[in-house]
Design a binder for this molecule. Structure first.
Ligand code: C5P
Length: 216
């Protein structure tokens, strides 16, 4: 039997992957999972309970106790939450604890769009459509800065660029880092693109993948 039509959208922070993923989900009427939200929730809930990001056992327990119903808190969307997420995401046992929830989503018979760092490599390696969305750190920082300003967070561009660089180093700096493109992912560099152009390019990649999947 064919695997469900999963679209894996991976890439670094503020590359545009979240917007692209949600637009793809809307265009194809497919359910979407923002896997970063799981890591954000673990980081924020751990900190809220007075936990330390380096306390692997405590972070893993929070990850094991996480349910889909807990993911609606707007506090998970802040800059601080992104930072907390990347601190807990380095623990392999946290990643493992969050794996089942993500893989169950990837098995939905009607398919799914999932965005993250390791969707095409670890969570859904059989996904028929894999995109790896990138842009320069400067362009990503500008996008994230505008987004946070829209949410009412007063932060400077320089601080955001610094965040992005640290996050890239933490997410992708080790040999076993999850943040790398799958061998069969299509790279989409959005540096010079508007979000509409990036979405159109993503749709073309997905449509080619869908045609292959339908023939398989
Ligand atoms: O994508 P987002 O900015 O919400 O992700 C927050 C952090 O969560 C990332 O910087 C990364 O450390 C972690 N993450 C991850 N694997 C994923 C999604 C997010 O390690 N699939």
């Amino acid at each position: 039997m064919k695997p469900p039509f999963v679209i894996a959208v991976d890439g670094p922070a503020a590359s545009g992957k979240g917007t692209i993923a949600s637009r793809l989900a809307g265009a194809y009427d497919m359910p979407m999972l923002d896997s970063g939200l799981l890591y954000r929730a673990v980081g924020v809930l751990l900190a809220r309970h007075g936990g330390d990001f380096d306390d692997v056992a405590a972070a893993t327990q929070v990850a094991r106790d996480l349910t889909a119903e807990m993911l609606t808190d707007p506090a998970f969307r802040t800059r601080e939450a992104g930072e907390a997420a990347s601190r807990v995401a380095i623990h392999p046992s946290v990643r493992l604890a969050l794996r089942d929830m993500q893989q169950a989503f990837a098995l939905r018979p009607d398919g799914a769009v999932i965005d993250g760092r390791d969707i095409g490599t670890v969570i859904a390696p059989a996904a028929p459509a894999k995109l790896y969305v990138t842009a320069t750190p400067e362009v990503r920082a500008e996008r994230r800065w505008k987004q946070l300003q829209g949410q009412g967070e007063a932060v400077s561009y320089e601080d955001i660029l610094d965040d992005i660089r640290k996050r890239d180093a933490r997410d992708g700096g080790r040999a076993d880092s999850p943040m790398r493109p799958a061998d069969d992912a299509v790279l989409l560099d959005t540096t010079e693109m508007t979000i509409d152009q990036a979405t159109d390019a993503a749709r073309r990649i997905v449509e080619a993948a869908r045609a292959r999947w339908e023939l398989s």
